[in-house]
Write a protein that binds this ligand. Structure first.
Ligand code: HEM
Length: 163
């Protein structure tokens, strides 16, 4: 059951059906609708998510762990080995904190801007998410809380894949 739910969620991240849910919000990659501030989905129905993930300290540890995994995975390594990893991890902590309604401000670029020209494909996207799930499992983050996070990240795929 858990595997099925996970498979469905992952499929929803990259399949066109997500566009139905995503259409409500204009894509930030469309210059005519590009907002001045980065667009970030906010989780509104789980007030405890930030605490469940261990607040800021927990998010810092999650990013430290997952970056090692992204650098070890041949599908994600080429993207991350030349990046400013410390800066990226800092922005990811901020982004995840905002998504979880924590007391943070995101100071990075939009997803469209920061992934422009990278040519990320679906395989790399899946690999990145899978490594994140390994980190979250290792840290014993409850499956339901993981799903909340992944559901918030999923709409971003349209600004990241194939740019
Ligand atoms: C839902 C999925 C993703 C999220 C939430 C996400 C989030 C972010 C954030 C917040 C930044 C920092 C932007 C900044 O510093 O201004 C970033 C940059 C970056 N992302 Fe992603 N990302 C995702 C998917 C991916 C994928 C699939 C790849 C490649 C396999 C990737 C590779 C990178 C790289 C290499 C950078 C650094 C760019 C630079 O330093 O110029 N990301 N991402």
């Amino acid at each position: 059951m858990r595997q099925l739910a996970l498979a469905l969620l992952l499929a929803a991240i990259v399949t066109p059906q997500t566009a139905v849910a995503a259409q409500a919000e204009p894509s930030v990659s469309d210059p005519s609708t590009k907002p001045k501030a980065p667009t970030l989905p906010i989780i509104t129905d789980d007030e405890n998510l930030y605490k469940t993930f261990g607040e800021r300290g927990g998010l810092v540890q999650i990013m430290d762990d997952v970056m090692v995994r992204w650098l070890a995975n041949p599908r994600t390594r080429p993207f991350f080995e030349g990046a400013d990893q410390a800066k990226l991890k800092g922005h990811l902590v901020e982004q995840f904190c905002v998504i979880m309604k924590g007391p943070c401000t995101y100071s990075g670029r939009t997803m469209a801007e920061s992934h422009m020209g990278m040519n990320v494909n679906e395989g790399s996207f899946y690999a990145l998410v899978e490594e994140l799930q390994k980190t979250l499992n290792a840290r014993k983050i409850p499956f339901r809380a993981q799903n909340r996070l992944l559901a918030a990240l999923a709409p971003m795929h349209r600004d990241i894949i194939g740019k």
